[in-house]
Design a protein around this ligand. Sequence first.
Ligand SMILES: *Cc1c(COP(=O)(O)O)cnc(C)c1O
Length: 230
Amino acid sequence: MISAHQMTNPAQNLAEVNEKIALAAERSARTPGDVVLVAISKVHGEERIRPVIEAGHRVFGENRVQEAQQKWPGLKAEHPDLKLHLVGPLQTNKAKEAVELFDVIETVDREKLARKLAQEMAAQERHPKLFIQINTGEEAQKAGVLPREADDFIALCRGDLGLEIEGLMCIPPVEEEVSLHFMLLAAIAKRNGLTKLSMGMSGDYEAAIEFGATHVRVGTAIFGERPAKE
Ligand SMILES: *Cc1c(COP(=O)(O)O)cnc(C)c1O
């Protein structure tokens, strides 16, 4: 079955999302160019990704290393200016592949992973930009550093591990008022001198921009509904 959403054209959806980003940026007296749209293409195949690339979009995100390895090396070879973000949890045993393929890793969330990334980046002489994921809702099932541990973890990454940290990322709990989570993430970033905030998805990216998002991760609003998991 094809849903109504899947029949819509991803390139046209992209244009609408870009328009809404521009309006949200304007409402909060920010420049639209300050907000990076990360098009989350997980689950979708090349036939839905290509129209978005052809429309000129260059920043994409995936949540699984293995899936990304199957989809992106060819597309990146064709378009060297493509930037790929990892937005899903990263196992240390996939750190090598993640450093090889991704330009931004948004999900640094524990010391063991941070150490492994530091080693891999040195070994490969490749330096993806790093975001630290904060579990703003303190949810047991969700990855991310707890808010009260964030300052120490950021200091460890920057100090002992010598990692350059670009910003913070969060995925708010589904049933909660997202603005509190966006404000919390912004506050942690500010007191640590970090300027990049990856927050906001299809349902709340405009709100996220008003709370200072510099990166919004939008999947469904561009590519349509994802098929339900197996
Ligand atoms: C899937 C995913 C998104 C995109 O979600 P949509 O609601 O489809 O826009 C954003 N961030 C992360 C971490 C994701 O896994």
